[in-house]
Design a protein around this ligand. Structure first.
Ligand code: ADP
Length: 192
């Protein structure tokens, strides 16, 4: 079994819209699955269509959303299922609460400057937010508090997707969640 620690970990990707959270989460999960590390992907956009359906983007609703995702993640971790979460999660205190509640919380700051995210504008949301069509949009009309002491920083405007995934895998190895054999395998099959 590749997963050598129990309970599992929560690899929590926080950052602005367009910073690269979902892109990286998918690749991290793909790599972990290749290594037979049990893993579930919790995507912020998908969560908002079911578990958090009906919640808006006020500070209170966002904190409720973060807490709910954290709760589900904790349940999975308890049973040895690792999670990769992609959620803007803009508030420092809400993320600190996760660190207190989750046994193995790994805060990953997906750090791309606002200008880069606006340039990417993957879903055209920045354009709409600037035009005033989307209220409470993070980075434009709603606060984003960058982590002060994250476990890992991924600068997606400077590092490639493969480099970012490698950094995550190395961190998981360093924390004892991936075996040396798995790390070697990841290198051989070019997961990183
Ligand atoms: P988020 O989930 O944070 O809103 P997305 O993953 O949806 O962001 O979009 C990020 C965009 O940036 C994608 O189009 C992706 O291909 C691009 N991108 C460029 N370089 C990177 C990188 N190193 N890591 C992640 N995404 C990157």
């Amino acid at each position: 079994m590749s997963n050598i620690k129990s309970p599992g970990f929560t690899c929590w990707l926080t950052g602005l819209s367009g910073a690269g959270k979902s892109t990286l989460a998918v690749e991290i999960v793909r790599a972990l699955e290749h290594l037979s590390v049990p893993c579930e992907y919790l995507d912020g956009d998908i969560i908002r269509t079911n578990l958090s359906k009906g919640l808006g983007f006020s500070c209170e609703d966002r904190k409720t959303n973060i807490a709910r995702v954290g709760f589900v993640s904790g349940l999975l971790n308890k049973h040895g299922i690792n999670t990769v979460v992609a959620l803007i999660s803009p508030y420092r205190d809400a993320r600190e609460q996760l660190r207190l509640n989750l046994p193995n919380f790994i805060e990953v700051y997906v750090d791309a400057p606002l200008e880069v995210c606006m340039e990417r504008d993957v879903k055209g949301l920045y354009k709409k937010a600037i035009a005033g069509e989307i209220p409470e949009f993070t980075g434009i009309s709603s606060l984003y508090e960058p982590p002060l002491n994250p476990d890992l920083i991924l600068k997606t405007h400077k590092e490639t997707i493969a480099e970012c995934v490698e950094k995550v895998l190395r961190h998981l190895f360093y924390r004892g969640f991936i075996t040396q054999a798995s790390m070697a395998m990841a290198t051989v099959i070019k997961l990183c």
